[in-house]
Design a protein around this ligand. Structure first.
Ligand code: AMP
Length: 293
């Protein structure tokens, strides 16, 4: 696996692949890699001849009071993991390479980039949209992989790519979970033993609220019950628990089509997010009711 740190070197490496007729897959990450990230790398390998992983802890997607300085970083382990996983190229730019002095542009996605996480993380989606636009234009891949774990982010990226005519296919990958259901996340490393014991309740609650809604419960009461369960389980704060249209992310009061149940909670100093699909009883072809992740 080659490692490059400049946009020029990235373009040269991808240019050589192009000249050889190879298709290119991109997996943007902030490092501290876990099996969730690696599932994206594997999927990229199955879709493209050459895979570039980017590792950049993007300062623009952290508010000043957030965990940018503490965000877990382990470049040596990440390099070894990606090597073993068969990634072909690792792009690890410094902050000045991405945001040189004078950098002044922000990409902002209205609607999808508002509400839920945006209400609690000001500037987050603008930071994500700006850096993802840059990474896509720097490497011009055929396909780029994003996790459903960050569901609102995924919808923002899809909208942005469509709106800006960026010639790339965005592929979503399902959330990879620990055996007890906790969604893998680099931030899980912050949890102490007691918090880690509480953490699985988030996904369990999402599943039970999703089942209630699928079973015909009114969204408002199912969501209120879900909030109660989360608070009783010991989460310190429930930022949001929302039922939204799976694509537009518009609020859903009565289940009509594919929906998504999304939540953000705090455990001590750690913010966790998770989500699950909610499918109506009729399903698309009159199929039996089900919820899936
Ligand atoms: P991050 O390093 O947290 O910015 O994540 C990089 C990419 O990995 C994003 O597309 C995430 O949605 C995805 N990702 C993070 N955690 C998981 C997970 N548990 N399962 C699947 N994808 C994930």
């Amino acid at each position: 696996m080659d490692i490059v740190r400049t946009v020029a070197a990235l373009r040269e490496a991808v240019g050589e692949w192009r000249a050889a007729g190879h298709g290119v897959g991109l997996v943007p990450t902030m490092g501290a890699l876990h099996q969730g990230h690696l599932s994206l790398v594997r999927r990229a390998r199955s879709l493209a001849d050459r895979v570039c992983v980017t590792l950049f802890v993007n300062p623009k997607q952290f508010a000043p009071y957030e965990d940018f300085a503490e965000y877990p970083r382990d470049e040596a382990a990440d390099r070894a993991t990606l090597e073993a996983e068969g990634a072909h190229l690792l792009f690890m730019p410094g902050t000045d390479e991405i945001y040189p002095p004078g950098f002044a542009t922000t990409v902002s996605v209205a609607g999808l980039g508002e509400g839920m996480c945006a209400d609690f993380r000001p500037g987050f989606f603008e930071g994500v949209a700006t850096v993802v636009t840059k990474l896509l234009l720097q490497s011009l891949p055929d396909v780029a992989l994003f996790g459903e774990k960050d569901y609102q982010q995924l919808q923002v990226v899809k909208r942005m790519v469509a709106d800006l005519d960026i010639p790339v296919r965005i592929v979503a990958a399902p959330t990879v979970r620990e055996a007890d259901g906790v969604a893998m996340s680099s931030r899980n490393a912050y949890l102490n033993a007691e918090q880690r014991r509480i953490a699985p309740t988030l996904y369990r609650t999402l599943i039970s609220v999703a089942e209630a809604v699928t079973g015909g419960a009114a969204a408002a009461s199912a969501l209120a019950g879900g909030r109660d369960s989360l608070e009783r389980a010991g989460f310190d704060r429930v930022e949001y628990l929302e039922l939204r249209d799976a694509e537009t992310l518009e609020p859903v009061t009565r289940l009509a089509g594919p929906a998504r149940l999304l939540a953000a909670v705090w455990l001590g100093p750690t913010r966790l997010i998770d989500n699950t699909a909610v499918v109506s009883r009729q399903g698309r072809n009159g199929a039996e009711s089900r919820t899936k992740t």
